[in-house]
Design a protein around this ligand. Structure first.
Ligand code: HEM
Length: 520
């Protein structure tokens, strides 16, 4: 009996050892990182806001790529241009082209099926193609520049001029971001739904009703997703939902979806009328249709792909992705200019000598305004609106910079830190648009729009809109700070790096532009 007992124990130990030897994974060589990790939370308590600065600090201590454990998730943070370039080339670009699916964002992203959140695959490809062909291609942006963008630009300039005319000393005090958001919103709504935003007669009203409703919704969603952020790492908190974030999120998301459902309904109605008049809509007419209309006609032949949910998800996602980013960058640009009046003056002189005083600038003028372009590049360098890009996720085990990165790891790239790397940029914290002049920045690396296959598809539209808007604001108005103090450049926390204190500035029509402003 005793012998049988020893044989059984020995067999069990042998089987256990064999199993361990056969299934043991090769020892992983993870990137370096802080040694101490808290139970359950991992390195989460080490991260301070704003995250881009906290990550930059960790990278400076541990190396250009670091490993962190955020709750149950593995995360790697890339903090150098060389490693970022490696991430977004060749097979690695594909391996990290997924997005992490955070439970806090599930409601907001139609179960992770919006373009910014969907995993790399067929649905992503279709959404990207539709957005590029019908909204974001260079051809589309060119057409829009002379039509929709030019029209909405005139509306903005006219409303600013009216606000100034009714203010003491002809100088209106404006919160610029709201007007910039309104413009980006109007442009996208017109292209996607063929609707025009509506304004009251109040000269001080700085936003249309439609843009205000959408901004309110975005501003409600962002802190709720932020409050729910810890759910992503500690699932128990999601279950407890102490702050009621789940119910509040469901509420605001329903309000958002209703707006777009109504829009889709109205476009469907228009399409039916068009078809009744002319028979089936021809492809040649797709240029005259809004993006929603085009997708509704595609729905007839491919109803399983172009569902109403697909359309709602794509349109609301593009609107959210396009409005905050563009208006935030322009707000940073104007803040920098107000703190550097010499740069502002030089940009105005450039516009005056290349465009003149008899007409509002247009898209054909932009190639003749290189200094204006340098100002936008320098703003994107210092204040990229998505400082950590959008998070990527590894779909398979892969190697970055020689280190193992397990499948499922979140990959974050610190564009903010890369843009301020003293090894690449002289006096990186200084605002100096001249560093981009005469090809001086050639060979330097920036990635405000990301890189690789998940690179921002809206870059063309964003750059064109920003050039025209900033150019028109400087051409038509003189801008001064409110009070003697410099504009506060503190950053708020969040995925989009906004100003902590919204910019307020005084704008006064330029004397030599009064004839143009009267005609607008
Ligand atoms: C100054 C303006 C903008 C900046 C700096 C910007 C920047 C970015 C960045 C960094 C990403 C993530 C890239 C990555 O994951 O690696 C992104 C993604 C995206 N952007 Fe933009 N963006 C801007 C404007 C726009 C506009 C105007 C639109 C469209 C109307 C847009 C639509 C998108 C979409 C749909 C994605 C997700 C792409 C994907 O996941 O495949 N963006 N953007």
């Amino acid at each position: 009996m005793e012998r049988f007992y020893y044989v059984a124990v020995a067999t069990f130990v042998l089987v256990f050892l064999l199993h361990h030897l056969l299934t043991r994974k090769k020892q992983q060589r993870l990137p370096p990182g802080p040694r101490f990790a808290y139970p359950i939370l991992g390195h989460l308590p080490l991260l301070k806001k704003p995250l881009q600065t906290s990550f930059a600090d960790l990278v400076s201590r541990h190396g250009p790529i670091i490993h962190l454990r955020l709750g149950r998730r593995h995360a790697v943070v890339v903090g150098s241009a060389a490693v970022a370039k490696e991430c977004f080339s060749g097979e690695l670009d594909v391996a990290i082209a997924n997005r992490p699916h955070f439970p806090s964002a599930r409601e907001v992203t139609f179960d992770y099926s919006v373009l910014t959140a969907v995993n790399y695959g067929a649905l992503w490809r279709t959404m990207r193609r539709v957005s590029t062909v019908h909204l974001l291609s260079a051809h589309r942006v060119n057409v829009m520049s002379d039509t929709v963008i030019a029209r909405e630009l005139r509306v903005m300039v006219r409303r600013l001029a009216r606000a100034s005319a009714s203010a003491p000393g002809d100088a209106a005090r404006v919160e610029l971001k709201r007007r910039l958001f309104d413009l980006s919103h109007s442009v996208l709504m017109e292209i996607m739904a063929q609707t025009r935003n509506t304004y009251s007669d109040d000269p001080e009203e700085d936003m249309s009703r439609e843009a205000r409703d959408m901004k309110d919704i975005i501003e409600e969603i962002i802190p709720l997703v932020g409050a729910a952020n810890l759910w992503n790492y500690v699932p128990l908190l999601r279950w407890l939902d102490l702050y009621g974030a789940k119910r509040k999120l469901a509420d605001v998301v329903n309000r958002r979806d209703l707006i777009f459902d109504n829009m889709i309904g109205a476009e469907r109605q228009k399409l039916r009328q068009l078809e009744r008049k002319k028979g089936e809509a021809h492809a040649s007419e797709s240029d005259k249709m809004g993006m929603i209309g085009v997708m509704l006609s595609l729905q007839k032949t491919e109803p399983d792909v172009y569902t109403d949910t697909f359309i709602n998800a794509l349109v609301s996602n593009l609107l959210a992705a396009g409005t905050e980013t563009t208006s935030t960058t322009l707000e940073w640009a104007m803040s920098l200019l107000l703190n550097h009046p010499d740069v502002l003056k030089r940009a105005q002189e450039e516009i005056e000598s290349n465009v003149g005083r008899d007409r509002l600038l247009d898209k054909n003028d932009l190639p003749r305004l290189p200094y204006l372009h340098c100002i936008i590049s320098e703003t994107l360098r210092l204040y990229p609106p998505t400082p950590m890009l959008l998070p990527h996720e590894a779909s398979t085990d892969c190697k970055i910079h020689g280190y193992d990165v397990p499948a499922g790891s979140m990959v974050l790239v610190n564009a903010y830190a890369i843009h301020r790397d003293p090894a690449m940029w002289e006096d990186p914290e200084e605002f100096r648009p001249e560093r981009f002049e005469l090809g001086r920045a050639e060979g330097k690396f920036m990635m405000p729009f990301g890189m690789g296959r998940r690179r921002c598809p809206g870059e063309n539209l964003a750059m064109r809109t920003m050039g025209l808007v900033l150019g028109a604001l400087l051409q038509c108005f003189d801008w001064t700070r409110v009070g003697d103090r410099e504009v506060d450049m503190a950053t708020a926390t969040g995925t989009i790096m906004s100003k902590a204190v919204p910019l307020e500035a005084q704008c006064k029509p330029r004397a030599n532009m009064s004839a143009v402003l009267q005609k607008i």
